[in-house]
Design a protein around this ligand. Structure first.
Ligand code: PLP
Length: 462
């Protein structure tokens, strides 16, 4: 199996190459050339297996024999042993036929752990095999940085440098990053804002000469391996609720579209899915596109669900590639127009998307209302991202008879500010993190200057 670019002009890559590569050289994103499909019997057999075993079976075709089965199985088993729940991503019933898929039992309490626990180990495996080292650089305003650090802290051949805006991330989020004292983890607090940090990371990818030939790797959701790892929990939760013998539906709090795109992959691979609901906060580009064919940028709004605060939804390109019948040049033309001015999708691709996808946008006031309401009705404390999903699932579901699975993307303790605003005293951190506030921290403060950051990276990489 090879991986091809959504813009049709970059070379096809093997699995190993696609894990080590971020964006394609033509500006597109990599997707599998063909998708593996599971028969009804193969899906039925997965019911009742451990999460790690389902993960092995679902991902094995994508790995394409480039890692031997025993090694891949142990990578997968190790990755999911870091979760604090035996089911890894457990289902919890909330209402009649409405379920939460709890994705926050990993080391940093948000769904990005599911992919990044695997990605760090895959990168380390391929680097060791090649006798190479690599540097990871990323900028974070919250969830991605800590999940990437946790995913890479044990990797011998990787050094990870995460930039965050100094004094501008929450204390819990900062400590989740800075209390990891592994000697390949470097936290840099930039005297600037998130955009400054991100601009320096982008510039470093564009001109890597400061690293003298060492590979620079991206771990954001354009990396195919992150999507691959996320396909697993759609299939695991689907078969737990009766697939392939009955259909299920999913509602996904969405930003860069990586999570819900993985669900769409699961559907294309044979999971019977009735409907996907895309939940957004006030940053509603996905909802505007689906509901009104308004494919345009809008100014960033800072919301109570900050991990969904985006202007552009990078992985949406992967879905567009399918909707445009895998015509890379048409996708490239559409996205170039989109960068310049408000635009719209062509009729046929939009109609195709609307067959499977619905959408709903939830503002901050409603997030608070939903947190209160859901707690009163079900006893469950939702985090603000999950709250957008809960409301979207209620309002946009096609029918009541198909089980609805809403993805609970973060633990409420991680976003206690919203919970307090909703009128609750707060949420305690789970027992294994209770001492987070006392843990020793390590980070370096640097000015928002590219040369200072690059010099620090060049000197400290091992
Ligand atoms: C990253 C994130 C999202 C958005 O996921 P995408 O894959 O970017 O759509 C939603 N909720 C939480 C808590 C996140 O950290």
């Amino acid at each position: 199996m090879l991986y091809i670019s959504t813009r049709g002009q970059a070379p096809a890559l093997s699995f190993e190459e696609v894990v080590l590569t971020g964006m394609a050289s033509d500006g597109g994103l990599y997707v599998p050339e063909t998708l593996p499909e599971f028969s009804r019997e193969e899906l039925a057999e997965m019911a009742g297996l451990s999460y790690a075993e389902i993960a092995f079976r679902v991902m094995k075709p994508f790995v394409n024999g480039e890692i031997d089965d025993a090694t891949f199985r142990s990578i997968v088993t190790e990755a999911y042993a870091t979760f604090n729940h035996d089911a890894v991503v457990p289902l919890k019933q909330l209402d009649a036929n409405h379920f939460l898929l709890e994705q926050f039992h990993g080391p940093t309490l948000a769904f990005k752990d599911v992919a990044l626990q695997l990605l760090g180990r895959l990168l380390d495996h391929f680097l060791k095999k090649r006798g190479e080292r690599a540097v990871i650089m990323g900028a974070t305003s919250g969830d991605t940085g800590s999940a990437a650090i946790e995913g890479c802290r044990h990797c011998d051949n990787l050094d990870i440098f995460i930039l965050h805006p100094h004094n501008r991330v929450s204390e819990v989020q900062r400590r989740q990053m800075t209390s990891v004292l592994a000697n390949n983890v470097f936290n840099i607090a930039i005297e600037g804002n998130f955009d400054d940090a991100q601009a320096m990371v982008k510039a470093s990818f564009a001109d890597q000469t400061f690293l003298n030939g060492t590979r620079l790797v991206a771990v954001n959701s354009i990396n195919w391996a992150r999507i691959m790892a996320q396909i697993v929990y759609y299939i695991a939760s689907g078969v737990a609720l009766g697939a392939p013998h009955r259909e299920v539906s999913f509602c996904v709090p969405s930003a860069n579209f990586g999570n819900v795109f993985a669900g769409y992959m699961a559907y294309k691979m044979g999971l019977p899915v009735k409907q996907f609901i895309i939940a957004t906060n006030a940053n509603d580009i996905l909802h505007r596109t689906l509901a009104a064919n308004d494919f345009s940028k809008k100014e960033l709004a800072a919301t109570l669900a900050p991990s969904m605060d985006i202007v552009v939804s990078s992985n949406f390109e992967r879905l567009l590639f399918d909707a445009y019948d895998r015509d890379g040049l048409a996708v490239a033309a559409l996205l170039e127009r989109f960068q310049q001015e408000p635009t719209a999708l062509a009729d046929a691709p939009l109609a195709k998307l609307r067959e499977k996808f619905a959408s709903y946008s939830v503002d901050d006031a409603t997030i608070l209302e939903v947190i209160r309401e859901a707690h009163k009705r079900t006893g469950e404390m939702l985090d603000p991202h999950t709250a957008t999903g809960y409301r979207a699932a209620e309002r946009a579901r096609a029918d009541q008879s198909t089980p609805m699975i809403t993805l609970a993307t973060a633990h409420p303790a991680k976003f206690a500010e919203a919970v307090v605003k909703a009128g609750f005293p707060g949420v305690p951190l789970p027992p294994h993190m209770e001492d987070l506030i006392e843990r020793e921290e390590r980070y370096t403060v640097l000015p928002a200057e590219l040369s200072a950051v690059q010099q620090y990276v060049a000197e400290h990489r091992r």
